[in-house]
Design a protein. Structure first.
Length: 250
């Protein structure tokens, strides 16, 4: 037994409550009692500084430079500017919708032209009047470079001349029944030094459309297509006119 107690150290005062812990509740009780025993007027005076500080803080917050107070006139100006911006956006939207409708109509027109046209494409065009019987001779203007690009369409019973492929209506047209002659023209080299191949379309009124292109295949296609639709012979004149000449020669 002595050996056991010799190994274990016993502290008799370890399990006793400390004097400081016993005195603390008493002090706390006395403090709370002192607060309870104080009159209500003193407690109201103790809360007054906190209320004053809260109001001062609120006034300080409202007087910060980042918060700007504006008059009613400035607000009206801001509203007017906002209305102007809204009206501008509405105008832009209306313009965009109008452009969209126009482009849609043009696309539908191009689709219809390409679907039903026998032949279409860009050609350089110029017009000349032929000399009719009894008229004075026409000045030679073959060297005048007045070729203009046109989008030509062979559709139905007409040849249509558009300024651009996106135009909704042609600038001019020629009835196939008015065409009396279609033939080749000599090749020529304009100022751009690129050889152009040409053909002409003669109407019964004496109006001659001269057409040219840098593609010889395109020119041959147009000549064959118009001759075939107009019933013209390979010589360029109509079969009815050729037959009348043959009958008259007998």
């Amino acid at each position: 037994m002595d050996d056991v107690y010799g190994r274990i150290e016993v502290f008799p005062q370890h399990f006793l409550p400390s004097q400081q812990s016993m005195e603390t509740p008493a002090d706390g009780l006395s403090t709370s009692k002192t607060n309870l025993d104080s009159p209500p007027s003193s407690r109201r005076r103790s809360w007054t500084p906190k209320r004053v500080m809260g109001a001062a803080s609120l006034l300080h917050l409202l007087s910060l430079p980042r918060i700007r107070w504006s008059s009613s006139t400035e607000d009206d100006d801001k509203i007017e500017l906002t209305r102007a911006e809204v009206e501008s956006l509405r105008t832009e939207i209306a313009d965009a919708e109008e452009r969209e409708s126009q482009l849609k109509a043009r696309l539908e027109n191009i689709d219809e032209v390409l679907r039903y046209a026998r032949l279409s494409g860009y050609l350089y065009i110029r017009s000349r009047w032929t000399q009719l019987p009894g008229e004075p001779p026409i000045l030679d203007d073959a060297d005048v470079d007045d070729w203009l690009p046109r989008f030509v369409v062979l559709q139905g019973q007409c040849v249509y001349y558009y300024l651009k492929s996106t135009d909704l209506s042609p600038q001019e047209s020629t009835l196939l029944c008015d065409i009396v002659e279609v033939g080749q023209l000599p090749n020529f080299v304009p100022e751009d030094e690129k050889t152009r191949y040409a053909f002409y379309i003669m109407t019964s009124q004496g109006l001659k459309f001269e057409c040219s292109s840098m593609s010889e295949i395109q020119v041959d296609s147009w000549v064959r297509a118009i001759r075939g639709d107009c019933g013209l012979s390979d010589g360029g004149e109509s079969r009815s006119k050729t037959s009348r000449q043959e009958v008259g020669s007998w």
